[in-house]
Design a binder for this molecule. Structure first.
Ligand SMILES: [Zn+2]
Length: 426
């Protein structure tokens, strides 16, 4: 017979560790207000997503994006003390980014905290007063070495200068990792829905993971459990904000299969490395280069969906053809794409960008989002034909027919039927 706890209370009361605090009743006493578009950090207020002092929290969710779940695991496993506070000694950015006017222009940045890299400086008082304020952005230096860049050096397309590119093929970059910080009223506006609807759907579609979305309308900032983004800057980061300096830029969405493992069914890695080559050349011309890399694997559908689509494409009657490319994705995922570039330009505004002279992208969705957010775009740079893997012809032809930029001919219906990829067994 099972024990009914309502009639048979346990002999001992639960320990404090078993007691779950309802987030809907979490104090607010001692928490600092956030005024999102405020001009100064003092008026804006810090983002406090710590779980150590719950009364200090002024956001929904917690830090580190999707890795917040691993942090919870580490606490559960006894490997991490839940009261651990980061020692931020010597972690400050290697390069100063901003502040730029866009940081406080209403609605310009809604999906990241522009002050996220400099919390130790601008919120020093609050930190000293005991608030656990964590950086959501980190800026550092790196050398990036890619076989495609070494190949370009050997073929003479790139020249080493010891400043932007070493003789060994290492490109010198400044890179910044950025975690998502969503100001919900602004995010809702970008997507043309009401904040109430956005909150309710976020609550429901995450399986009720964040009750505060629906119970705490006073909390307007959400740290979503999703991947963030990384920017790689070739040249002086300050030059990004100067429209007089030639800017070569690519906004790239993650594709692990191609980017890392060299899968040849899409153009992701060839386009990325081509963009890096363009960025190095741009920096050497006296300009600056930028790669923004967003963790939106497989059009933000995830790799499982992506691989299911590959199979569906290759097993369909007639084989993998460009005319069925989007249809197969939609069959499995319900949509063609979930990347929704609406939030993408935020990072460009954080960097102070007003003009992109050379946009290394053929995507009309990215172009429309960037120009729609008030950034001027000069030339659009397509991927050279000889960099397109044979099996990726299906993807690129389908995309060009759907509106992707191409300086060449847009394939017609007959050509889309004729563009065919490899079979699964080949
Ligand atoms: Zn890809």
């Amino acid at each position: 017979m099972s024990v009914d706890s309502t009639t048979s209370p346990p002999a001992t009361s639960p320990s404090p560790r078993q007691h779950i605090r309802l987030t809907s009743h979490a104090g607010g006493l001692g928490s600092l207000p956030i005024h999102w578009d405020a001009a100064t950090p003092a008026e804006r207020g810090p983002v406090v997503g710590t779980t150590t002092r719950r009364a200090h929290r002024n956001v929904i969710g917690t830090h580190s994006g999707s890795y917040s779940v691993y942090r919870a695991l580490a606490v559960a496993a006894g490997a991490l003390k839940r009261e651990h506070r980061a020692d931020l000694t010597n972690t400050s950015p290697t390069d100063v980014i901003g502040p730029y006017p866009q940081w406080s222009e209403p609605g310009k940045i809604v999906s990241m905290d522009p002050w996220g890299a400099v919390v130790s400086d601008v919120f020093a008082q609050e930190l000293a007063a005991g608030y656990d304020i964590r950086p959501t952005i980190a800026v550092t230096k790196a050398h990036v070495i890619l076989p495609e860049v070494i190949d370009a050096l050997q073929k003479g397309r790139l020249k080493a200068d010891g400043k932007f590119l070493t003789a060994g093929g290492a490109a010198l970059v400044t890179k910044a990792a950025i975690e998502p910080v969503w100001w919900l009223p602004g995010v809702a506006k970008r997507f043309g829905c009401s904040e109430t609807d956005l909150r309710r759907v976020l609550f429901e579609e995450t399986g009720g993971m964040y009750p505060e979305l629906v119970t705490r309308s006073d909390l307007e900032v959400f740290l979503p459990p999703i991947g963030g983004q990384t920017v790689y800057i070739f040249g002086n980061p300050r030059d990004l904000a100067n429209p007089e300096v030639e800017l070569t830029a690519r906004v790239h969405d993650e594709c692990n299969g191609s980017d890392v493992f060299g899968s040849d069914i899409c153009t992701c890695r060839p386009y990325l490395t081509h963009a890096i080559e363009e960025c190095i050349q741009g920096a050497q011309r006296g300009g600056v280069g930028l790669i923004s890399y967003a963790r939106k694997e497989g059009r933000a559908l995830g790799e499982v969906t992506k691989f299911l689509v590959y199979n569906a494409r290759k097993r369909q009657l007639g084989g993998d053809t460009a005319d069925q490319y989007f249809a197969r994705t939609e069959c499995v995922a319900g949509v063609q794409d979930m990347r929704f570039q609406e939030l993408m330009p935020d990072v460009l505004h954080w960097l102070g960008i007003r003009k992109i002279h050379r946009l290394v992208s053929m995507s009309n969705m990215k172009y429309d989002a960037i120009t729609g957010s008030g950034i001027e775009v000069g030339d659009r740079v397509n991927i050279p034909d000889d960099l397109i893997p044979a099996d990726a012809r299906v993807e690129i032809d389908a995309k060009m027919a759907a509106g992707y930029f191409t300086p060449g001919k847009v394939p017609g219906a007959d050509e889309l039927k004729a563009t065919r990829g490899r079979g699964l067994g080949e």
